[in-house]
Every structure is written in structure tokens, then in C-alpha cells.
Ligand binder design. Structure first.
Ligand code: NAI
Length: 437
């Protein structure tokens, strides 16, 4: 097989290739001393080189650990970006990928986003992300799906805590219970097991606070009477509608690819002036809606040279991770159009905030959570958003750049008690031959 072929394989074919090569687990880790990516197996060198030569998504990620789950045969990965502030923390995504490269890149991007999100939120966590490839192995019926998440939990245990997983797109709180049955290195477990449950409701509340900061910054008053366009009416989009209604918005126009959403949401929010459009996957026309705010709450990469010229709203503020297709290009395009963009990792922190500190017990309502959502703490979503917007205005930098610079700086601060322990764990995994376990 030629070198480039590995990254171009479909995840399912990659599993078959790994099996032929006798590889069930492999890693790609950053060797700081050598300034190079090290692969656990010579056969995986092409992937190490792909990362090494990449300028877009690879950012000296500390470790990537991949397994083909022993029983279900599903391709599962943990990507740990930076652990200065603490163990890598971030959700596990169960998603469909065309190629191995797409699978890897999503993990790289998302884990880096978690580093920034956690640092901006002031959490003592580093950045990490889990990715499980759909259409690999067997995970169709409920029992095999449960087994597949148990195997993911076993992967977490094998990683000895350099990464602590959580819920993300495609994964449910029930799935997290299956993960939890095999490892302590998870959060977002159901309340019935002592966890914080579904993080989407606080996420929606945080996004609303970002919207309020943007309106205040522009001197446009409050959400009352405004029109908001929402792309994606799922776990975050749905409660977002309720919070927007409570704030007195005049109208919400939403889109979703799921044709059942419209009837459900009209039944849930009979008193909201709501239009729900069913769209094809890849239809981003909702972003061009004449509205006061556009809230991307579906998938990433939707702000790009094809969509930005058509935007009509003066504010973009939503939950979707990695909204800019190219972070170094698209924030500038938005700025040039005079559109105020609230970076996702600044306003969608509440999901991880909600579950990050489960081990400290449950208070309801939780004053720590309310601090993030209020305006008395200078690092709350609202106040930090105002600060980023104000710095961007003063310096002429884009909002994404200001937020990113701050996040980068904070993400390199060492955990006050545990220092850079994540990287020590990764080194010990490598030294102990994790790949043979
Ligand atoms: P979800 O999967 O429950 O909802 C996404 C919705 O978007 C689904 O209803 C789906 O049918 C729809 N959708 C997909 N493609 C679409 C398109 N092209 N146009 C319109 N609708 C489309 O996911 P969830 O949990 O609501 O998350 C949404 C976004 O927010 C994701 O990017 C996620 O990574 C991010 N996020 C979620 C957090 C959470 O607490 N759930 C926390 C932080 C970020």
C-alpha cells in the first residue's frame, strides 16, 4: 500500500488494514525533545508525517491514541492536545467520516478547541476530544451500542487519566453511563449515577449570555423584540428557543435537517413566533436570514467564503464548535463585513463547565454554574465576551484572534497542584508499551 493511501482509506477499510497489519492499538505522540511526532508502529509513520507536515490542524498535540475495539470492531480515538492546566477534557463524538484523514483532523481541531474553551472558562483542565467513527465495526442494535461505549470506557481506563471524556454530538447520556461502567475517567454521566446529566441546557443559556453581550456592545439593547435565526434545533437549539422566548424575542426562524423537528417544536413552544424549515444537509441558507442574530447550532465549518458574503445579521453567536471553516481567514472576512462574531469557544463553554467538576458534588441550583452565567464575575460568559469585544474594537484585531490569544496564554499556565501531569501520563503510557495492551 502506498504511503498516502492510509490517510485516504475509509475508516472501515482502515480497520481492515490495521487488522491485516496485526495492529489493534496505536499511538502518535509529540516528542518535544526531538520536535517530532512519534508513531507506535513503523507502519503508521505516514500518519505521523501527515501530522508533522500539517500547518492547519496539528499543533504539537501531546498524544493521539487509537484502538479498534476488541469486540465490536469500532474505530475509537482519544486526542489530547495540551494538558498544562490539567487532564485533557472534552466530549466524545460519534460521527461518520469519509477518510482516516477526516477522522484525525476532526479530533485535532476539536481537542484544540477544548484547550481554548477550558482555558477561557477558567477551568483547571487541558484540552482533549474523543472520536468514534460510525460505519466501522458493529454498533447498530442497542446492546452492541452499549458494548461499544463500554469498550470506549475501557480505552479511557487504559489511558490512565490523561484524557477525561464527556458527552458530545452523537453520544447520549445513556451512552455515558455505559462508558462510566468501565472507567472513572468520564464526566457527563446521568444524574441517577451522581452526574450532571445533559449539558445542552446550560450550553444554550451561555449562548444567550453571549448574544446579550454582543447586543450590549453594539448599543442595540436587549433580546426583547429581536429576530434570531438558529441553524440546528437539536439538544442545544431546542432549549435555546425556550430561553429566547423567555427573553421576549419577537421571532425565531430555525432550520434542521430532521423533518420531525418542526411539529415537535411548535408543540413545545406554542407561544413563540417560530418558523422551522426542514433543509437538506449542506443547506446553509438560514445563515443569510434577515435577523438581528444568527446562531449556528448544528455543525462546524459553516462560516466560509461561500456563506459569509450572504449574511445579513450583524451578530453571529451560536453553540456549534469550529464555526469558521478556516480560522485565519474567515474571522477576517466577517470583520471586513462589519459582522460581530462571538467565537464558539468563548460562548459555548457551559456544556463542559456543567460537567467538568462533577466530582465536587451537586448543588441545585449550583452557585458555581450561576457565576459563569451571571455578570458579577469578570470571567463570566457575559463579561468575558464584553472584554473580548472591547479589546477587538480597541486593537482592530478580530474577535477570534483576541479570544484565541487569551486562550493560548491561559492554556499554558500550569495546574497549581498537579503541574503538567497529562504529559507525564502520556510518557508513561509510551514507556509501558500501551500499544501492546
Ligand atoms: P445535536 O446533534 O443534538 O443537534 C444538532 C442539530 O442540528 C440536529 O437536530 C441536526 O439534525 C441538525 N443539523 C445538522 N446539520 C444541519 C444543517 N446543515 N442545517 C440545519 N440543521 C442541521 O447537537 P447539539 O448537542 O445540539 O450540539 C450542536 C452544536 O453545538 C454542535 O456543533 C456541538 O459540538 C456544539 N456544542 C454542543 C454542546 C452541548 O452541550 N450539547 C456544548 C458545546 C458545543
Amino acid at each position: 500500500m502506498s504511503e498516502t493511501a492510509i490517510q485516504d482509506l475509509s475508516p472501515a477499510d482502515f480497520c481492515a488494514w490495521l487488522s491485516q497489519a496485526g495492529i489493534r492499538r496505536f499511538y502518535l505522540v509529540w516528542d518535544d525533545e526531538a520536535g517530532a511526532v512519534r508513531a507506535s508502529h513503523p507502519a503508521l509513520e505516514p500518519l505521523a508525517r501527515l501530522l508533522q507536515e500539517d500547518r492547519r490542524d496539528f499543533d504539537q498535540h501531546e498524544g493521539i491514541f487509537v484502538q479498534v475495539a476488541p469486540e465490536t470492531g469500532v474505530l475509537q480515538m482519544a486526542v489530547i492536545h495540551r494538558t498544562c492546566r490539567g487532564q485533557g477534557a472534552g466530549g466524545v463524538r460519534f460521527w461518520r467520516y469519509d477518510t482516516v484523514e477526516g477522522f484525525l483532523r476532526d479530533g485535532l481541531r476539536l481537542s484544540r478547541g477544548m484547550t481554548h474553551k477550558n482555558a477561557l472558562a477558567g477551568l483547571w483542565w487541558g484540552g482533549g476530544k474523543g472520536v468514534i467513527a460510525r460505519d466501522t465495526g458493529r454498533a447498530g442494535d442497542p446492546a452492541t451500542r452499549r458494548r461499544m461505549y463500554e469498550e470506549y470506557g475501557e480505552l479511557m481506563t487504559s489511558l490512565q487519566g490523561c484524557y477525561v471524556t464527556a458527552e458530545d454530538v452523537g453520544t447520549s447520556v445513556e451512552d455515558m453511563a455505559a462508558v462510566f461502567s468501565r472507567t472513572r475517567f468520564t464526566t457527563c454521566i446521568p444524574p441517577s449515577l451522581g452526574g450532571s446529566g445533559n449539558p445542552s441546557v446550560p450550553t444554550a443559556r451561555g449562548v444567550v449570555r453571549g448574544m446579550e453581550a454582543a447586543l450590549a456592545h453594539l448599543g442595540r439593547g436587549t433580546l426583547a423584540g429581536k429576530t434570531v435565526a438558529v441553524q440546528g434545533l437539536g439538544h442545544v437549539g431546542e432549549p435555546l428557543l425556550g430561553f429566547l422566548r423567555d427573553k421576549g424575542v419577537a421571532r425565531v426562524v430555525g432550520s434542521d435537517i430532521d423533518p420531525t423537528r418542526a411539529a415537535d417544536l411548535h408543540a413545545l413552544f406554542p407561544d413563540l413566533d417560530l418558523e422551522v424549515r426542514t433543509v437538506e444537509r449542506g443547506d446553509n441558507s438560514i445563515l443569510a436570514e434577515p435577523a438581528d442574530i444568527v446562531a449556528p447550532c448544528a455543525t462546524g465549518g459553516i462560516l466560509n467564503p461561500r456563506t459569509i458574503p450572504a449574511l445579513q445579521a450583524p451578530i453571529v453567536c451560536g453553540a456549534a464548535n469550529n464555526q469558521l471553516e478556516d480560522p485565519e481567514r474567515d474571522d477576517v472576512l466577517l470583520q471586513q463585513r462589519g459582522i460581530l462574531y462571538l467565537p464558539d469557544f468563548l460562548v459555548n463553554r457551559m456544556g463542559i463547565v456543567n460537567c467538568a467538576d462533577e466530582q465536587y458534588g451537586v448543588v441545585d441550583p449550583d452557585p458555581r454554574i450561576e457565576l459563569h452565567l451571571g455578570d458579577t464575575w469578570d470571567n463570566s460568559v457575559y463579561n468575558l465576551s464584553l472584554e473580548v469585544l472591547s479589546q477587538a474594537k480597541t486593537t482592530g484585531a478580530t474577535t477570534a484572534k483576541v479570544a484565541l490569544d487569551l486562550a493560548e496564554k491561559r492554556s499554558r499556565e500550569s495546574h497549581p497542584l498537579w503541574g503538567h501531569r497529562g504529559v507525564q501520563i502520556i510518557r508513561s503510557l509510551v514507556a509501558s508499551g500501551w500499544e501492546n495492551g
